[in-house]
Design a binder for this molecule. Sequence first.
Ligand code: PLP
Length: 452
Amino acid sequence: SDDLKAAGAKVFADDRAHVFHSWSAQGAISPLPVAGAEGSWFWDYEGNRFLDFSSQLVNTNIGHQHPKVVAAIQEQAGRLCTIAPSFANDVRGEAARLIAELAPGDLNYVFFTNGGAEANENAVRMARLHTGRSKVLSAYRSYHGSTSTAIALTGDPRRWANDAVGQSTGGAVHFFGPHLYRSHFHSTTEAEECERALLHLEQVIQFEGPATIAAIVLETIVGTAGILIPPPGYLAGVRALCDKYGIVYIADEVMAGFARAGKWFAVDHWDVTPDLITFAKGSNSGYIPVGGVVISQAIRDTFDQRVYPGGLTYSGHPLACASIVATINAMREEGIVEHAAWLGEEVFGPALRELAARHPSVGEVRGVGAFWALDLVRSQETREMLVPYNAAGADAAPMNELGAALKARGVWPFINFNRLHVVPPCTISEADARKGLEALDEALEVTDRYVV
Ligand code: PLP
């Protein structure tokens, strides 16, 4: 209706006049005004509905407006909106207990934050104080957040602009993780890639000086930088290197955790127990900003009589904790972790491989659960990326056209350089998943045209 369109215009005008946006040249963006959302869908003020194949920023694992999570927040708001972190609180304790019960090994304590970057920030602080060492190793092809420590650890071009103005903290050292399709080690099999990536990591440790390294921070499955699934044995190898050199192993599960990979924690795929796990996004689908660090007994014991020098006014916020409790319970009651695993095995895996067989621009299909990527190429033979690393402006045109083709078909995409990620809510129905895949099949004709 005209009223709705006028409301949308007002939303847009206020935004353009006063909102400063993330990761953007402020004058170069045109944000879509969103009027509402439910489940796997959201809509604008013009009557357009979008199937969310991005889960926003890969965080609405339980979909939009899940009634049980909304009700828990409403109920908690009526009871107690806020209480300082220094008090004991019912939902805070319950959320921590539920997370500890899901986490592997003796990771039995939770430090709550407001999001993923703060979780990594505090995990690194804990590791530095626990070891008395300062350096932190992390992978190229990674994203760990945009606070100063987290962006310094990040291995994607978003770090460069911060490096350029000296904004990053010191002590971050990068290495290459395993990635067979674009192997940095000239490997031809997963086993070879695993062995060589571990050898490389050990060499980096030895040349940096083991006694200077506090932690290795690793996304269990690399998310934004490519949905890279570690080969069997890699994470166990990282664990062994950390044990050998007294290094803290921090698993960043901000994107991979809470059903996204078809498990509660992605490390469950490989039965590896890190010393610290960071989480955020899927733990409550972002209904209230939250994240945290799950902490091993040994690291918790470091701070038994010694003060932990970190904190946040909203650590363990009751509304956030109530939403985590409701999310975990709903995921259990509705089998959402199992549904995500099933989607990967029965729907996305087979369907995306079938698309790859027909579309020459699809180089590789990678993924598990509701966590998939198409690596798009100019040639399946040379594997030349469809757009170059760090593509922007005219260079990024083929991927921008793919995104536009999907939006025109009512599917909201997640695109990073030459990759399209298929990352819908873990609750998506089979019918909606197939609807999105059909649109993708049509849209890929756009990228096929760039194949040489
Ligand atoms: N770590 C990973 C793996 C992420 O994907 C993200 C966000 O995309 C973060 C950390 C940062 O989380 P936040 O944006 O909540 O600070």
